[in-house]
Design a protein around this ligand. Structure first.
Ligand code: ZN
Length: 79
């Protein structure tokens, strides 16, 4: 097994799946559902790819611009 598939925290196995990502901004709490992530099957730690992290950042910015107190959205690929 390559170290790429092993959790650096607990030695468990990393698997791809989806997670709910929550960002607590100053004015807006943003919840993004169905974010693709690599999740440790043992300790539950999550990793996002650079591409997914960049998309999440865009989604958070967009949600904050709406000036709502609370925004729940689905993850989607943004161009
Ligand atoms: Zn782990």
């Amino acid at each position: 097994m390559s170290s790429k598939d092993t959790c650096p925290l607990c030695g468990g196995t990393k698997k791809s799946g989806t997670t709910t990502f929550t960002v607590d901004g100053k004015e807006t709490l943003v919840v993004i559902r169905n974010v693709p992530a690599i999740i440790c099957s043992l300790c539950g730690n999550e990793w996002l790819s650079d591409e997914v992290a960049a998309n999440v950042e865009n989604i958070v910015d967009e949600a904050k611009n709406k000036k709502h107190l609370f925004e729940v959205t689905q993850y989607s690929e943004v161009a």
